[in-house]
Design a protein around this ligand. Structure first.
Ligand code: DOR
Ligand code: ZN
Length: 323
């Protein structure tokens, strides 16, 4: 869940890597221009399916949040699993997003009525380490005001967000692999590591610990969302590094290693798959992935995209995939 596949040549490079080991993914709409019309969304879905070349991979589509009319929402409903709200300019390709939540509420009310979930990039324009924490009051407000609206706090990074999850029945969340592993120290505590730079930025050890405990215990309202976000090497290793960590091809192996290290392998299936299926109400095709405790080496690059942990060894491998 929560995947950036981009378009064109980049989609051709990264699409098959997700389609191989995952049965489905929630596809983010932050293309340039954004996917904010049903026709664009359907055409994008076709391009994804053509690039992925796999029957056993379902792209669950989303629209980019803007003011939508009731008829637009009704027409889109059976083709999308949610609408993704980005605050204007908060991250990669989010220009044209929401400036004031109050201005979004007419559409949010229609989404509640039509039963379309709201997926949110929850950050304000405050100091970078406080952006998610400050946004929690927005989640709290929306969850109370729209009790029938399903709200997914995408890629949470703070202890506060984990706590909020238990306070509203209609609030769900995803967490990435990297936010379970790194803190800001890994990004900027020594040499700057551009391939770990993302939004929301990795936080403090206590935040990582809260996220990790929630993931390892397979908290039923939390699921894995990789937020795998590829950028060409030239856009990462430069002055003005783009935000995004590319993890799609190594995510399952690294999650297996992490859950094994903490003796929680039995909870991996719920965290990666079962919780996601319930929380997003999606039905991916059947797929079995056999993971084994055999070391594998992370490639230096996939095309011109450098993955997290490039060139390093992981303790686990994908041995076999069956439909
Ligand atoms: O780091 C990020 N990269 N965070 C996002 O929210 C967007 C993503 C991207 O599209 O590159
Ligand atoms: Zn994302």
């Amino acid at each position: 869940m929560h995947l950036h596949l981009r378009d064109g040549g980049m989609l051709e490079t990264v699409g098959p890597l997700s389609a191989e080991t995952f049965a489905g993914a929630v596809i983010m709409p932050n293309l340039v221009p954004p996917v904010d019309e049903l026709q664009k969304c359907l055409a994008y879905r076709e391009r994804i399916q053509a690039a992925c070349k796999s029957e056993a991979f379902e792209p669950f589509m989303t629209l980019f949040f803007r003011q939508y009319s009731r008829s637009e929402l009704e027409a889109a409903k059976s083709h999308i699993i949610g609408i993704k709200l980005y605050p204007d300019g908060i991250t990669t390709n989010s220009e044209g997003g929401v400036r004031k939540i109050a201005d979004a509420e007419d559409t949010i009310a229609l989404m509640e009525e039509t039963g379309i979930p709201l997926l949110v990039h929850g950050e304000t324009g405050d100091f970078v380490m406080d952006r998610e924490e400050r946004f929690l009051e927005v989640y709290d407000h929306l969850a109370r005001k729209f009790p029938k609206l399903r709200i997914v706090m995408e890629h949470i990074t703070t202890q506060g967000a984990v706590k909020l999850l238990d306070q509203h029945a209609n609030l769900f969340a995803t967490v990435t692999l990297h936010h379970l592993i790194i803190t800001l120290d890994d990004v900027a505590g020594g040499f700057l590591r551009p391939h770990l730079f993302c939004k929301p930025i990795a936080k403090r050890p206590e935040d990582r610990e809260a996220l990790l405990q929630a993931a390892l215990s397979a908290h039923p309202k939390l699921s894995f969302g990789s937020d795998s976000a590829p950028h060409p090497q030239s856009k990462k290793e430069c002055c003005g590094c783009a935000a995004g960590v590319f993890t799609a091809p190594i995510a399952l192996q690294m999650l297996a290693e992490l859950f094994d290290k903490h003796d929680r392998l039995p909870n991996l299936q719920a965290f990666v798959s079962d919780n996601a299926v319930k929380n997003y109400s999606v039905r991916p095709p059947a797929k079995k992935v056999l993971l084994t405790k055999q070391p594998s080496e992370v490639p230096e690059a996939y095309g011109d995209v450098v993955p997290m942990c490039a060139g390093e060894q992981i303790g686990w491998s994908v041995e076999k995939i069956t439909d």
